[in-house]
Design a protein around this ligand. Sequence first.
Ligand code: HEC
Ligand code: HEC
Length: 173
Amino acid sequence: MTKSLFPILAAALLLSPSAHADSLPMPYDAPPSYKAECGSCHMAFQPGLLLAGDWRLVMAQLDKHYGDNAALDEKTRREIEDFLVRNAGTRSRYAGAGDPPRLTGTDRFRRKHDKLSAAVWRDQRVGTAANCVACHPGAEQGRYSERDLTVPGYAGHRGEHGHERRRHGHDDD
Ligand code: HEC
Ligand code: HEC
């Protein structure tokens, strides 16, 4: 019994960290207002990508939203804020977002993207780091895995990066 179960458990332990890192689905309790109000100018970012305090900061200054006006009526604002805070990231690797908070400023985002050259970020098809779908076509469905990458102007990227990743071994998510 123990003998036959062991390999299965070992495989599950090995696989779970990367499965968690690659896949960040939108929580089921997302109110329809979230996609409608926060997914029109950019994708509706998964709440797990920022800490609760940072989401509160975003939601407290919607009238001056990164140079735009994204103000909402108080009921909707509150509904969205509650959802974001409830599902916010909880680990210290999501710190560093700054003010105004940017999920592209967090320690984890920087670590995951620091191998990309400046030329990639300047590519017109990318435009801004917040344009997740430019490189992660499945971003809105929460798919950020290496298999689902199409980095503009970087045909050889996939294999190269895969190699790099194997060499360094797996990092914590
Ligand atoms: C009127 C358009 C508009 C609406 C509506 C809007 N945003 Fe934004 N948002 C922007 C712009 C523009 C930026 C800056 C993007 C950039 O720098 O590339 C931004 C950036 C952000 C960022 C930072 C992204 C980064 O750089 O990491 C967050 C987080 C964010 N928005 C959350 C929200 C939330 C939550 C809502 C809904 C309450 C919302 N946005 C609604 C236009 C909008
Ligand atoms: C210019 C291209 C580009 C843009 C834009 C971009 N990414 Fe990435 N992203 C990458 C690359 C390349 C990797 C590294 C893949 C790897 O290590 O498996 C990565 C890795 C990730 C990972 C880690 C996946 C894992 O396997 O652990 C997450 C999560 C992620 N990106 C989220 C985002 C989010 C959210 C945005 C938008 C706010 C974004 N990315 C914008 C290229 C991009």
